[in-house]
Design a protein around this ligand. Structure first.
Ligand SMILES: C[S@@+](CC[C@H](N)C(=O)[O-])C[C@H]1O[C@@H](n2cnc3c(N)ncnc32)[C@H](O)[C@@H]1O
Length: 235
């Protein structure tokens, strides 16, 4: 499959799961996804009044938390390339969250000027972008020098004993439940494969460095099921 075909496949996957994704993400992670997003913001160094871009924002779960965090003097833009995910985000937003907006955009081609944002965040999005380096360079481009990059991603657990249980759960249990709910098998067959085939934390850290960032910190969360990456755009 070419990179373009993989992008189309991934867009199709998210179009299919959009109506169920919030419910299934919370359920499958036993609510840990909410804790990880909160933790990401707490450790991000993002301050009230800052201008933040949340890429691969989906239904806006991280963007809504960021909107409260930066307050009325700040702003948050959520961007995603899947219309159906953005429709959900906009429904959830309603008339509230005046400092938050959503736009349709591919993370590899962001419609913003160079050096526009104080921070760029992404939760559970990077592993879905086959041309990861291109997306990282684009994120780097729109960040101000010294701007913060915060990335939360699902990863393989650190401990061998736990990995066994984890793989049974993500490869056997989740696809069965996912298929029952979504009425399609592909999304929750794709999810565990996408986690296993994405760069391990050390490699991803090197890639972030190679794309123009410094001061890269990597924190393993909940036995390594999720990993938080924080970096700063080189000045
Ligand atoms: C697992 S969801 C995560 C959504 C949200 N960040 C969260 O924490 O719940 C991944 C999102 O990435 C989006 N996505 C994948 N590839 C993308 C790309 N190249 N450009 C923009 N969005 C993309 C998908 O449409 C999907 O909404």
């Amino acid at each position: 499959m070419s990179l373009e075909q993989r992008d189309l496949f991934i867009k199709h996957i998210f179009t299919t799961v959009a109506p169920y994704v919030d419910f299934l993400s919370s359920g499958f992670s036993f609510g840990f996804d909410h804790l990880w997003r909160r933790e990401a913001i707490l450790r991000s160094g993002i301050r009230a009044g800052e201008r933040v871009l949340d890429v691969c924002s989906g239904t806006g779960e991280l963007a809504f938390l960021l909107s409260r965090h930066v307050g009325p003097q700040g702003s948050v833009t959520g961007s995603d390339f899947c219309e159906e995910m953005l429709d959900r985000a906009r429904q959830k937003k309603g008339e509230g969250h005046a400092n938050l907006s959503f736009i349709l955009s591919d993370t590899k081609r962001l419609p913003f000027r160079d050096n526009s944002f104080d921070a760029v965040t992404v939760s559970f999005g990077m592993r879905n972008i086959p041309d990861t380096a291109l997306a990282l360079k684009e994120i780097d481009r729109v960040l101000k020098p010294g701007g913060k990059f915060v990335c939360l991603e699902l990863t393989r657990p650190n401990y061998r004993w736990f990995r066994f249980l984890y793989e049974w759960y993500v490869f056997k249990v989740m696809p069965v439940i996912g298929k029952l709910v979504v009425k399609a098998a592909a999304p929750y067959l794709y999810l565990p494969r996408s986690i296993n085939s994405f760069y391990p934390p050390d490699e991803f850290k090197n890639m972030i460095h190679g794309c123009g960032f410094e001061n890269i910190r990597v924190d393993s969360l909940t036995f390594g099921i999720a990993t938080l990456y924080r970096a700063v755009k080189s000045g």
